[in-house]
Design a protein around this ligand. Structure first.
Ligand SMILES: NC(=O)c1ccc[n+]([C@@H]2O[C@H](COP(=O)([O-])OP(=O)(O)OC[C@H]3O[C@@H](n4cnc5c(N)ncnc54)[C@H](O)[C@@H]3O)[C@@H](O)[C@H]2O)c1
Length: 451
């Protein structure tokens, strides 16, 4: 099947970069990204240094493809109608109310997307799950599409996204693998082939893996759970190191040199953040519970519990630190370096714990706005009546360091590794990214394990 027009619903951290790269690599296909948020679309069409997603290399890709065969539009109905292939890349956060609240994935945005596709389609479509979803979601989507279909044939594929924020463009250019799940029917396999043909424009064939829909859906949740598990594993050992005099860096080097284990994701840190790991593991836990697998659910839940423990432990160390005038500067608000994404960032929880302990808190981050920092803390405390946020946000790092007595490095931005902290402020106390009070920053001491 020849694909000429692609529509992607959702212009966020996944939809924006993935479609920009598809457009760049497939100049013969028109790619239009639509979103229910018109401000976001306006920003995608605006200046390259103010795109809604900050990602190294993204602006260059958008510069080349935008207006050629890459478009951003708020015309959802028109672009659904025109496309032969539709990607659904909308958010799937953790449910906050109803059955499964606090654990299951909230599929309301995803289902709204499917309803739109059914409503506005006039010809057959290949519909692709790009969002991360519970296994067997395609079944539900099929129901929604068929209920409203007016005889149109929809073929549903799963094509989860494995990019990591901060390295998204690099990951999309050179993916470890592209995973495509489809029905084993003839029409299912034809749709799979149509998507394989798109990726084959730049991804070697042996890296394009095709499976059934359920394996593909579950593989994404399982990958994130395994990655996060490594971070929680090393973090659980960091506290034992502190008790026994073992050194966590030496431990992780020794463990990681075993080729069966490997060195990645073994840096001790304040804990993982980001919009995916926690929500995807909780989603997996919920799925296990749903299928009556309580022991399996508890096994994976522990990965999230250790992460919470690590964040609390970090904050408590600063709270317990004996100093007469404690003024804490949090360095970094993004959940990792090279992104402006702050969702589930450890910084939010640490700042909040310090503020609750009546500690004077300031923040500096090179890419996150004061507005976003305030919004994150206000959202976390939205249940509290008369919440008053007392925090100072700096735009200049030197001034920030001069005015504070403690610095807590929470994001591994490269600029934080290059500073001579004591030259700027001889009296400053440094808590590195592991929560260890340190004299100078080493290449190990502010890793978030997300390399
Ligand atoms: N962020 C990551 O690193 C990452 C990596 C891999 C997979 N994922 C998965 O990809 C999905 C998207 O994540 P994201 O980080 O891009 O989310 P995001 O919040 O950045 O973007 C989602 C976009 O969808 C839009 N939207 C929601 N409902 C809509 C609707 N009905 N119609 C049109 N637009 C709608 C929102 O306005 C928003 O702009 C999630 O399922 C996530 O788990 C994310």
């Amino acid at each position: 099947m020849q694909i000429k027009n692609i529509c992607c619903i959702g212009a966020g951290y996944v939809g924006g970069p993935t479609m920009a790269v598809i457009a760049l690599k497939c100049p013969h296909i028109n790619v239009t990204v639509v979103d229910a948020n018109p401000d976001k679309i306006k920003a995608w069409n605006g200046p390259l240094d103010k795109l809604p997603v900050y990602e190294p290399g993204l602006a260059e890709v958008v510069k080349e493809a935008r207006g050629r065969n890459l478009f951003f539009s708020d015309d959802i109905s028109g672009n659904i109608e025109k496309a032969e292939m539709i990607f659904m890349a909308v958010n799937t956060p953790t449910k906050t109310e109803g059955e499964g609240a606090g654990m299951a994935a909230d599929l309301r945005y995803f289902e709204a997307c499917a309803i739109d596709i059914a409503k506005f389609s006039k010809t057959d479509k290949i519909v692709i799950e790009k969002s991360t979803l519970p296994v067997r979601t395609a079944e539900k989507i099929k129901e929604i599409l068929e209920e409203n279909s007016k005889g149109i044939h929809f073929e549903i594929l799963s094509n989860p996204e494995f990019l990591a924020e901060g390295t998204a463009i690099q990951d999309l250019f050179k993916s470890d693998r592209v995973l495509i799940g489809g029905d084993e029917t003839q029409s299912g396999q034809k749709a799979v082939q149509a998507l394989v043909d798109i990726y084959a424009n730049w991804i070697p064939k042996e890296k394009i893996l095709t499976t059934n829909v359920w394996s593909s859906e579950l593989a994404k949740l399982a990958s994130n759970a395994m990655l996060a598990q490594r971070i929680s594993s090393i973090n659980s050992l960091s506290v034992l190191c502190e008790k026994t005099g073992a050194n966590i860096e030496e431990l992780s080097t020794a463990i990681g040199m075993d080729h069966r284990i490997g060195p990645h994701f073994l840096k001790s840190s304040v804990g993982f953040g980001g919009s995916c790991f926690q929500k995807d593991i909780l989603n997996l836990v919920y799925l296990c519970k749903f299928y009556g697998l309580e022991d399996v659910a508890e096994y994976w839940h522990q990965v999230v519990k250790i992460n919470d423990y690590q964040k609390n432990r970090f904050a408590q160390k600063i709270i317990d630190f004996k100093l007469s005038e404690k003024k804490v500067l949090i360095l970094g608000w993004a959940f990792k370096k090279d992104t402006n994404d702050t969702r589930e960032s450890a910084a939010i929880y640490i700042a909040n714990s310090l503020l609750k302990a009546n500690i004077n808190v300031s923040v500096y981050d090179p890419m996150v706005s004061e507005k976003q920092i305030r919004k994150d803390l206000e959202l976390l405390n939205s249940n509290e009546k008369n919440y008053k946020l007392n925090i100072k946000v700096f735009e200049n790092l030197n001034n920030a360091l001069k005015e504070n007595s403690i610095v807590a490095i929470v994001t591994e931005w490269d600029e934080f590794k290059r500073i001579n902290y004591h030259l700027i402020n001889p009296n400053i106390h440094i808590f590195d990214g592991r929560g260890i009070i340190t004299k100078e920053i080493t290449k190990y001491s502010i890793g978030l394990g997300n390399d």
